[in-house]
Design a protein around this ligand. Sequence first.
Ligand SMILES: [Zn+2]
Ligand SMILES: [Zn+2]
Ligand SMILES: [Zn+2]
Length: 393
Amino acid sequence: MATSAGSGVEVRSLEAKKGKGLYAKTHFKKEETILTEAPLVCAQFSWNELYKYEACEFCLRSLETAEEMSRRLTNNPSLVLPHPECCEVDSSVHTCCPHCQVKYCREACRVAAWDRYHRVLCMGASRDDSKHPLAMLQEAWRNIHYPPETASIMLLAKMVAMVRQNPDPSAVLQKFSQFVQTTVNENEQIAHKLLGKEFQTQLELLQGLAREALYHDDVQQWFTPEGFRSIFALIGTNGQGIGSSSISTWVKNCEKLSQGEKEKEEMDKFIDEMYEELDKEAGAFLNCDGSGLFELQSTCNHSCTPNAEINFLHGDHTLTLMALKDIEPDEEICISYLDECSLERSRHSRQNILRENYLFNCSCQLCLEQADEPDETSEEEMSEGDEEDEEEG
Ligand SMILES: [Zn+2]
Ligand SMILES: [Zn+2]
Ligand SMILES: [Zn+2]
């Protein structure tokens, strides 16, 4: 069975894997865009927001100018960026919710947020009240999930609000039901990392707070213990990371400037030095970060030798799926669920990460080829494991 999904691709049901897969219908050349997609729902990460990475509440577009953002992140208030015309941030079109003052990059985003979920979630004048149920839910979440963040409880809150606000709740529930939401891979008996025994108490705490903040009869099935676990697994396994930054947009535009050789050299030097400073002060935290649920992207299976990758080239939550090699019609389009660093690790390490986070045993081409390798854990993973143990203990 196949569902049509735009011009170049189709979603197919895969009996063997009891899941779906995204397949090419036409040829794609290396580096060609396969598709672009906006999420069904997305949310900024909680710590990221708390640390003043200012982003549009609806589309995650970075709201600081490149200069403001680079001053904050390098901790250098007198830093001046050349070519301010390369910064695309236009604060004159920024707007905010008149009730709670949460910020949007433009009126269209404010309206879309209000129409879809913000009517239910708007905290009005209580936005700074730490005893507001939504504030308590977010605080509890932050205490469980320290950076680097991989999911957001606000994604769950927005999903509930979307069902509650829609005149046809069952249609929205139907949309969310297409995402895999098994808490345990029944074939292989793998439980999601966030749903393990060690998180049992925190999960109960979150469920209680979520109920207080968001419960409604239309979504009662998400507030039973099993329902809550499954919706939690849904955002954990399907949530796609989203990153935006005014700085990287500025850099991209600077690279397009027609400049003389010498100017170009100077500019490159300036950018390199700025990134060194950024790296020193902010480390890996350079973006407005969040996660979202994408209907088509979520049908894309993992491979340790992927033929496509995901980028955010529009400065907001719009995802671009790009071919990493030439792709033939009928070929499955696969991305890597692992970051570049994890992808370099041993088969054993890669499979552990995939099992804990995505609940499957990888049987991609590369894993099959390496099946005879001994089960060695990469050194990086060992040291990371130690850190985790320390945090918990
Ligand atoms: Zn926006
Ligand atoms: Zn509001
Ligand atoms: Zn693999």
